[in-house]
Ligand binder design. Structure first.
Ligand SMILES: *Cc1c(COP(=O)(O)O)cnc(C)c1O
Length: 378
C-alpha cells in the first residue's frame, strides 16, 4: 500500500461541497479583489493568532517581504535568522539588499538557538526572524528579551506554525512585531493556490502594510511609498473562511498521529536500537494544547539517504526539509560562510527525514510507514 506524504484529495473530500459553494458565491459576487471575504478572514485569523490585525497577502514569502519593507529594512541593514529553514526566510532579506546573518539551530527543536544570537548582533542589525519550524515555536522569550535590549524588530516566520503555542499558551504571530503565515496547500491551513497573511497588533504597522499591499497608494493614485501588488485573492479568502472552521480538528488529528507514531516506534524497537530519534514537543506545559502542530513530523535517523531510497522503493512518501542549510547555498556564497560554521544545521541536513503526518493518515498507513522503516534497519 502506497502512503503519500500529503493527501489533498482526502483532505478536501469531506468539505468539497462547502468549498465549491464558496467558490460559486465569489464567482457570482464578481468581487475578485479584496472585499468582505478578505476582511472577514483577516479578522478571524488575527483573532485565532491572539493578535489584532491581519493583512492578507499573495504568499508566505510576500508576507515576509512586505513585513521587512514596512519595517524599513534595506541596504546596509542586517537581519538575523536561522540558517535552517525554507529558502524564503533568507531570500526576502537579500532581495531587499539587506544582509542575512545566520545563526545555528538547537538540535532538538531545529529552531534558531537563542544562546547564539547575541554574538551575531552588530550596530547594523535591525531585525530577527525566528522561524517556527515544522509547527513548533522557536524559544521566543530569550529572543524577545534580546530584541528589546538591542532595539530589534522581531518578525515571526510562522508559515509552518499557525496556532502553535509557546510555553504559557501564547500563539505564533502574537509575540513579535509581526507574524507571517503561508496558505500554501501543504501548510496546516492551505488554500487552493498561493496565499499568505501578516498578523500584528500594531495598528500603525497594519495600516502601513495595507497601503504597501496596494503599491503604497493612499489615497488612491497618491504614493508616499513604493509598495507592490501583494493582495490575497478574494477567492482564496473565501475558501480559507470555510477551511478555518476545521483547523483545530485537523491540528488535533496531526497531534494524535504524532502520539500514535510514538507508540508504533516504541514497539518497533528502533528507538532503543538508536536508529531513529523522534521529534520532541518541548513546550508541553499543562493546559497548553497546541505546543506542536506538526506541519511536519521529522525524524533523525541513521543512514538517512539509504532510508530515503528504501522508502521511495516502497512508495512511502518522505522528504528532506532541508538538504542544504542557507550558509552553504550557492547564491549565498558572497556572504562568506563555510562548511563547519553551523554544525547542528549541517548535521540536521544530513540526518533528518520527514514522514507523513497529515490529518487523514490512517492507523493502517502509519503502521505501514513504521514497518517500512523497521524493515530497512532489519
Ligand atoms: C512555506 C514557507 C514560506 C513561504 O511561504 P509561501 O506561501 O510558499 O511563499 C516561508 N517560510 C517557511 C518556513 C515556509 O515553510
Amino acid at each position: 500500500m502506497a502512503v503519500p506524504l500529503l493527501d489533498l484529495k482526502a483532505h478536501h473530500e469531506p468539505i468539497r461541497e462547502e468549498i465549491v459553494r464558496a467558490l460559486e458565491e465569489t464567482f457570482a459576487s464578481n468581487q475578485f479583489i479584496l472585499g468582505p471575504d478578505v476582511s472577514k478572514l483577516e479578522e478571524r485569523v488575527a483573532s485565532y493568532c491572539q493578535a489584532r490585525y491581519g493583512v492578507g497577502v499573495t504568499s508566505g514569502t510576500d508576507a515576509l517581504l512586505l513585513s521587512l519593507m514596512a519595517l524599513g529594512i534595506g541596504p546596509g541593514d542586517e537581519v538575523i535568522t536561522s540558517c535552517y529553514s525554507f529558502f524564503a526566510t533568507a531570500g526576502v532579506v537579500a532581495r531587499l539588499r539587506a544582509k542575512p546573518v545566520f545563526v545555528d539551530i538547537d538540535p532538538v527543536t531545529f529552531n534558531i538557538d537563542p544562546t547564539k544570537i547575541e554574538a551575531a548582533v552588530t550596530s547594523n542589525t535591525k531585525a530577527i526572524i525566528p522561524v517556527h519550524l515544522y509547527g513548533q515555536c522557536a524559544d521566543m522569550d530569550p529572543i524577545l528579551d534580546l530584541a528589546r535590549r538591542h532595539g530589534l524588530a522581531v518578525i515571526e516566520d510562522a508559515a509552518q506554525a499557525i496556532g502553535a503555542e509557546y510555553r504559557d499558551g501564547r500563539r505564533a504571530c502574537s509575540m513579535g512585531a509581526v507574524g507571517c503565515l503561508s496558505f500554501f496547500p501543504s501548510k496546516n491551513l492551505g488554500c487552493l493556490g498561493d496565499g499568505g497573511m501578516i498578523v500584528t497588533s500594531d495598528g500603525d504597522l497594519a495600516e502601513r502594510l495595507k497601503i504597501l499591499r496596494v503599491h503604497g497608494s493612499h489615497p488612491k493614485y497618491y504614493h508616499k511609498w513604493i509598495g507592490g501588488n501583494f493582495r490575497l485573492d478574494t477567492i482564496q479568502a473565501a475558501v480559507l473562511n470555510v477551511k478555518l472552521n476545521y483547523l483545530d480538528g485537523w491540528t488535533k488529528r496531526r497531534q494524535d498521529n504524532a502520539d500514535r507514531y510514538r507508540q508504533l516506534f516504541q514497539q518497533s524497537g528502533l528507538l532503543k536500537k538508536g536508529a531513529v530519534r523522534l521529534p520532541d514537543a518541548v513546550y508541553r506545559e499543562s493546559g497548553v494544547k497546541h505546543h506542536h502542530i506538526y506541519n511536519q513530523f521529522v525524524l533523525r535517523v541513521e543512514r538517512r539517504d539509504e532510508l530515503m531510497a528504501h522508502l521511495k522503493r516502497k512508495a512511502i512518501g518522505a522528504e528532506i526539509y532541508y538538504p542544504v542549510p542557507f550558509h552553504l547555498q550557492e547564491c549565498f556564497q558572497y556572504l562568506g560562510y563555510r562548511g563547519g560554521d553551523f554544525p547542528e544545521a549541517e548535521r540536521a541536513a544530513r540526518e533528518t527525514i520527514a514522514i507523513p503526518i497529515y490529518p487523514e493518515l490512517t492507523m493502517a498507513q502509519q503502521t505501514e510507514v513504521v514497518d517500512a522503516i523497521a524493515s530497512f534497519y532489519g
